[in-house]
Design a protein around this ligand. Structure first.
Ligand SMILES: [Zn+2]
Length: 72
């Protein structure tokens, strides 16, 4: 019973968030750390220096900064 519940839970999570996650990115210019979504529809810029951190592509975002941590 227990293992079945876990399997159902995993399937639900996949349906809600297909291959999407938050990542912590360090700006290559000013070393500011920022948490961004790995699927973006617009260019994500560093809040401090306006350097581009991620740009949208057909699928996952192209991360320009240094990814230091995956949060999900
Ligand atoms: Zn920056």
């Amino acid at each position: 019973m227990e293992s079945e519940e876990i399997r159902v839970g995993e399937r639900v999570k996949e349906l809600i968030m297909p291959r999407s996650k938050f990542v912590k990115v360090t700006c290559r210019k000013c070393r500011n750390e920022q948490v961004i979504f790995n699927k973006v529809s617009t260019v994500v810029k560093c809040l401090k220096c306006q350097n581009e951190l991620a740009t949208p592509t057909g699928g996952d975002a192209e991360i320009k900064g240094k990814v230091t941590k995956s949060l999900m």
